[in-house]
Design a protein around this ligand. Structure first.
Ligand code: HEC
Length: 160
């Protein structure tokens, strides 16, 4: 009797797993051209640009590099959720719509997040690994400098 119940439960679980494969979240892949303005303004070195690309743009730009397991639900749904939430808070592909104040503030947040090891998300570093200390240092130096230019712009506009 118990064996039969277990069998039925397993079959239902399997069917459910098959059924959710039909839910296919829309892909976030407009290409890296969407980060061009951000990079023109904040001037990352080639090394910093590659750190951003490998560790941040998947959730903070309009271009995600999808791993193979992202094709399989429920992982695909879970990733789509992270991407949507990440972009809501900070999307370098929407840089043209950010005010100078907002840009300055986002870079401030970025510095805090990287300093405290809160970004990249833990669920991401579990698979992709943590940023090395050197990478963190480079990111922080770059963000500090980039932030300064926006701070400067804010100060100039407050004098006028
Ligand atoms: C797997 C997806 C993912 C990756 C990869 C990721 N983030 Fe995030 N990020 C999020 C999510 C989700 C949030 C919003 C929730 C939160 O703050 O925890 C967020 C929030 C942020 C914020 C806060 C914005 C605000 O206004 O509060 C910054 C800044 C940020 N991330 C920078 C980075 C940087 C820099 C990297 C790479 C080193 C990175 N993130 C990698 C998903 C991600």
């Amino acid at each position: 009797m118990l064996k039969k119940v277990i069998k039925i439960v397993l079959v239902i679980a399997l069917l459910a797993l098959v059924a959710i494969q039909f839910i296919r979240p829309e892909k976030n892949n407009q290409g890296y051209k969407s980060v061009a303005l951000f990079e023109t303004e904040t001037k990352p070195s080639a090394k910093v640009a590659s750190i951003l690309k490998e560790s941040c743009y998947d959730c903070h730009s309009n271009q995600t590099q999808y791993p193979w397991y992202s094709e399989i639900a429920p992982t695909s749904l879970w990733l789509a959720d992270h991407i949507e939430e990440g972009k809501e808070h900070f999307n370098v592909s929407a840089w043209e719509n950010y005010t100078v104040k907002k840009k300055e503030h986002k870079l401030e947040e970025l510095i805090e997040m990287v300093e405290d090891d809160e970004m990249p998300l833990q669920s991401y570093t579990l698979i992709h690994g943590n940023l090395s200390e050197d990478d963190k240092k480079l990111l922080l130096q770059w963000a500090g400098l980039a932030r300064l230019q926006y701070k400067h712009q804010l100060e100039v506009s407050s004098i006028k």
